[in-house]
Ligand binder design. Structure first.
Ligand SMILES: *[C@@H]1O[C@H](CO)[C@@H](O)[C@H](O)[C@H]1NC(C)=O
Ligand SMILES: *[C@@H]1O[C@H](CO)[C@@H](O)[C@H](O)[C@H]1NC(C)=O
Length: 378
């Protein structure tokens, strides 16, 4: 009788342990909403949980969509995969923390709860690894959660400054420098979400007589007047004898990237063959004096959807040469949908893909007929 109840207790506590593990996976490891970024059909997507069983090889010998799902405990990482061969599909490279480290320097050996073995994991390219609040050194160890994993001495468990749902180990450090414009571009979800690398220098953007501060927000009532025409660009530290390409794109700040698919943005302006003159582009505002507009300036609207804050990013790329053919840059004139990373990939023979300069600003669009005002006289 006693051994029988012991067995029941053992089964119950095993069940609890498994539940705790499940819970910690969802809570501690992977806040789905924040790290969604799901691309349908991508085998690197954080799947629906179906692929969590651990077998990376499907019945037909093909990788199952979502099979890599959470193989890596840290949601900002993905497994390092072997090359598929005719006899063996690609699979996660295995390792051991004590006697078989990962070959790649950038990879970490991590225990995978989906396959119950140690595998090599590396940072994904399309999401930012978490970072501690400013003036803290970051140890990229997940902490908190139901298991209350503790941090080493002198570290505290704090939320990432990019995602409050992820807690990592942080240590105060007043000597850290935050270079600009890189820090602002990362903090504002521009790099690496839309752009692979931050611009090297800042540029000043001037609409009418207003020179914008970095990140300045234009109020709804000022949009129509202020943002009507393309800006003048000042303080460009470039070479007057070179040709540059200027790109202006926008995206809703509060809609996480995965809501709109693969980092989609709206193209607002695209000029190539632009020449600065004494550090200035388009000194006369919208009267262009150099360059060729591949895509004419698209003014943002005060009732632009979705209502709310939109981030506008202006970046300048150095061209490898003057572009002679009108059709060098291909962008759809009817569809403003724009995936900058894809565009850069398509045009890497024409421009160098790290922008030489850039800045960003925002505007706040609003519903012109908020509920209850429809019947008001105009
Ligand atoms: C503080 O941060 C700097 C730069 O990241 C680093 O070199 C230094 O070792 C850190 N100091 C401490 C005490 O952790
Ligand atoms: C070039 O710009 C500098 C500073 O912006 C200004 O002081 C100078 O007068 C300008 N030169 C010319 C030729 O416009």
């Amino acid at each position: 009788m006693a051994s029988f109840s012991k067995a029941i207790i053992a089964i119950l506590s095993l069940g609890t342990a498994v539940q705790a593990l499940e819970y910690s996976r969802g809570n501690n490891g992977d806040p789905w909403n924040a790290w969604g970024n799901v691309q349908q059909g991508s085998h690197e997507a954080f799947g629906s949980g179906r692929g969590n069983g651990g077998d990376p090889i499907g019945g037909a010998g093909m990788p199952v969509p979502g099979a890599n799902f959470r193989q890596c405990v840290k949601p900002w990482q993905r497994p390092v995969m072997t090359i598929a061969t005719i006899s063996m599909p690609a699979h996660a490279v295995t390792c051991h923390p004590d006697h078989r480290p990962c070959e790649l320097d950038v990879a970490e050996c991590q225990f995978s709860f989906s396959t119950f073995q140690y595998i090599c994991c590396r940072d994904r390219e399309d999401v930012k690894p978490p970072e501690c609040p400013k003036y803290h050194s970051t140890l990229r160890t997940l902490c908190g959660g139901v298991n209350d994993v503790s941090c080493p001495r002198s570290y505290r468990c704090l939320p990432s400054r990019f995602d409050p749902n992820i807690e990592i180990c942080c240590k105060p450090n007043s000597t850290i420098v935050y270079p600009e414009p890189d820090t602002s571009f990362r903090d504002n979800f521009i790099v690496p979400e839309h752009l692979p690398a931050s611009p090297m220098t800042e540029i000043k953007i001037k609409f009418k007589s207003l020179t914008m501060a970095p990140g300045q927000l234009v109020a709804t009532d000022d949009i129509d007047d202020l943002l009507k025409h393309a800006p003048t660009l000042l303080d460009f530290e470039g070479d007057d004898s070179k040709f540059y390409t200027i790109v202006l794109f926008g995206f809703p700040r509060n809609a996480p990237t995965f809501v709109k698919g693969a980092n989609r943005a709206t193209l607002h302006w695209l000029v190539h063959n632009a020449n600065p003159s004494n550090g200035t582009f388009f000194a006369d505002g919208y009267k262009r004096t150099s360059g060729r507009e591949t895509f004419a300036y698209l003014r943002p609207l005060r009732d632009e959807k979705p209502f709310g804050i939109h981030t506008m990013v202006l970046i300048i790329f150095e061209q490898n040469a003057e572009m002679i053919n009108k059709a060098d840059f291909k962008v759809s004139q009817t569809n403003h949908d724009f995936v900058l990373k894809q565009w850069l990939e398509d045009n890497q023979e024409l421009i160098s893909t790290t922008p030489v300069a850039g800045s960003f600003y925002g505007y706040a669009s609003a519903d012109p007929h908020p509920e209850g005002t429809d019947l008001m006289p105009h």
